[in-house]
Design a protein around this ligand. Sequence first.
Ligand SMILES: [Zn+2]
Length: 423
Amino acid sequence: MKNYFSRLYILTIFLIISFTSQAQEKYSLQPDGVFDGEQLHTGWVVIVEDDKITAIGPAPQVPVPTGATTLKFPGCTLIPGMIEGHAHLLLHPYNEADWNDQVLKESDAIRVARATIHARNTLRAGFTTVRDLGTEGAGYADVGLKQAIEQGIIPGPRMLVAGRAIVATGSYGPTGFDTDFNVMLGAEPADGNDLVRVVRDQIGKGADVIKVYADYRWGPAGDAQPTFSLDELKLVVETARSSGRAVVAHATTAEGMRRAILAGVETIEHGDDGTTEIFRLMKDKDVAFCATLSAGEAVSHYRGWRKGIDPIPEQIKRKRASFAEALKSGVTICAGGDVGVFAHGDNARELEMMVEYGMRATDVLRSVTSINARVFHLESKVGRIVPGLIADLVVVRGNPTKDISDLRKVEWVMKNGVVITTE
Ligand SMILES: [Zn+2]
């Protein structure tokens, strides 16, 4: 990588300027292939001026502006900056410290310090935008992290943040303590009409989206069961929507998913026990599905499962089956891995698993670019390579429409028209 870098980019090294400033540069980008968010084109070029994409098309037809720096990327594919649909930048892998310990024992200071590295690694992996779905006990540290990135204090992706997220009283963890103790929870409890106040309070403190847990593992045997009533979820959606914000729901049970869908949430996270009927309902109501395939496998792995050696755990068999049902139903599929459960910067793992679980590589690429942008209401800014959109661009070696793992071979990243060092 280092040799490749110096060989190809020695002339442009001076252009690798600070991520803090807006670009005042023009580029003619000439890879072998351009995936524009919808399809792959060969022999196309992309022109960037300042922070915007200004032209795309077959090389002979696209005029190169005077003063533009030409960057040739032989053997490479240019794609829109990828959009991680489900991240927790304030969490780190559960085999390093389990979730309870992260929430209860790690100070916000150390969690934020880690998060700055997570943000940098995410960006370097070609993910120029993340939807961060809850700080899990770190208050509104995600809002501050987002501000630090926007102000150029640290490198990182553009962020949509959920802040603390909302859970029903009694449902969420950490649990298992003497009831004399009031332990800090991983999210903010609220119920009934108080949900109106809490949604508004989270908005006021910087939440871009409202996340609710429509079910959780609080059944009699620790099984997942619905939490909020349909009316409560409707109240959350109505309150958030009147501020122009979307609600996203954690839901793994069919009933939790059903209530969230009927209440008007925009995406369902996880959906492990989704049925044919539920996925059809999602399609009818235009609710998108973020399956977080890699989180489940990561947790099984931490418990000792050796993929390819040990028998496939029951939970993973069910997840494969429900994802197949989702694909058949035609529901909109977002790409989001619940990264944080596994390492930030390893975001491509989810995309590989989407292919492994039955999706075509080109469809996965659409999900992680143009579809995520549309579902997250970012389509007028990012997610495709078309004139007028922000120049968030990534070059990977190989052709990820043929081999999705080529997304790991990141050669070059641009965010806001500024080249990001990937060394
Ligand atoms: Zn999550």
